[in-house]
Design a protein around this ligand. Sequence first.
Ligand SMILES: *Cc1c(COP(=O)(O)O)cnc(C)c1O
Length: 480
Amino acid sequence: MSPAEDNPLQAIPQVDELLQRATLQPLWRTLGPRQARIVIRQTLEELRARCTGAPETAPAALAAGLAELEPALAARAQARLRPSLRVVINATGVVLHTNLGRAPLSPAACARLREIGAAYTNLEYELAAGRRGKRDSHVEALACELTGAERTLVVNNNAAALLLLAKALAADGEILISRGELVEIGDGFRVPEILMAAGARLREVGATNRTHLADYRQAAGPATRLILRVHRSNFELSGFTSRPERAELCALGAELGIPVAEDLGSGCLLAPEASGFPQEPTVAACLAAGMSIVTYSGDKLLGGPQAGLLSGRKIWLDRLRAEPLFRALRVDRLTLAALEATLDAYARESAEEVPVWRMLRARDLEARARAFALRLAPAWRAAVEADDSPVGGGALPGTRLRSWVIWLHPESIRCEELARRLRLAEPAVLARIQNDRLGLDLRTVAAEQEDALAGVCARLAAGDASARCPAQVPGVTAKG
Ligand SMILES: *Cc1c(COP(=O)(O)O)cnc(C)c1O
């Protein structure tokens, strides 16, 4: 018996042979030799595993595997070359989708990321004076101008802002907080636990539905360092409820000689007339009511990069800036560049340049949805209907936005399967599922993304289950 008959698996090529094979050279050049070996080894292992089944099916499996070897190598190479962090078309209509990275940045902010990311900068250097400067300086003046604050610090996110606040002002004492404001912000993280992680003790006051000024006053003692009010960003309390006005709380703080801070969460900079959300307090309104410090996210209603901002009175923010923990929470130049560009849009009263605001205030959704549904026909049966969607991301909890949704009725597969194929498409698409229908809400789809979305839908309708763009690896076509 020849060795091949003795052991059929010997028909599988060697790693080195595949590395030398002329038809595969473009693929290996793209991957580089190290990754090429990994891809070959993994593909061959998979092939061997498939051929170790029952003796009667193994030869057929081996023959099929060998015939498909080059496409299998190309497919694995392609999967490896695709970045882990990639673009997702958000067709859910949820504007601040935390799992999808919250706010997409404005073109101006993206341009600044390119420019500042590629170069040395004056991040911590005063060019006029020729000496060391502070990284805060780049957005501080603008943020103060827009909020009426005396100082603004920027840290990694709003959770970091709370940690810094509690550490600098209350690590050796107590924070008074209403039982109606012990918020869980998502992914199992809770505001009270963040405060306690800084070493502060929490003194819960009032009841879940009602907290009175007298509750704060009674609870205050020699160890009280801070009164904290927390925005109920992701839930609503209605019915028999009450809490003190900001000004009352701030007056009590002044009487006790302690700061009063507000965790505003979403951080709206637009006044109600401009935002269209009358119930949403602005950072400026909170500070005008007397808050010592307001903390807010950079990537919620502000519409910028992930960041946490602390705006307020200089005496308190100076203490926060001097806290050693600040160094561990500070942001890099990319965050500052994107934030400065985002704040600049507000300074020019051009909030429509900030994608979050353009999406929240979109008025052309019905027309876009109807035009898009026509594009999908006849491959897809699509119905356009009015619907509404939440804002998401811990913002405007009671608000439902009026939207127009394109509902797709897949004929041969289940709705969940269609949703899965959309998620695995290139680019990935996240849709809305409701009552066994799959909906596309264009509110959160940029106009520039419509062609790509239509392309994915067309490829899925044509039966290409993966709906990937044609192979991008030169030379060899991937299959499946
Ligand atoms: C979102 C939110 C946070 C957390 O902000 P991140 O920027 O995600 O860290 C904290 N408090 C409130 C009230 C929030 O809404």
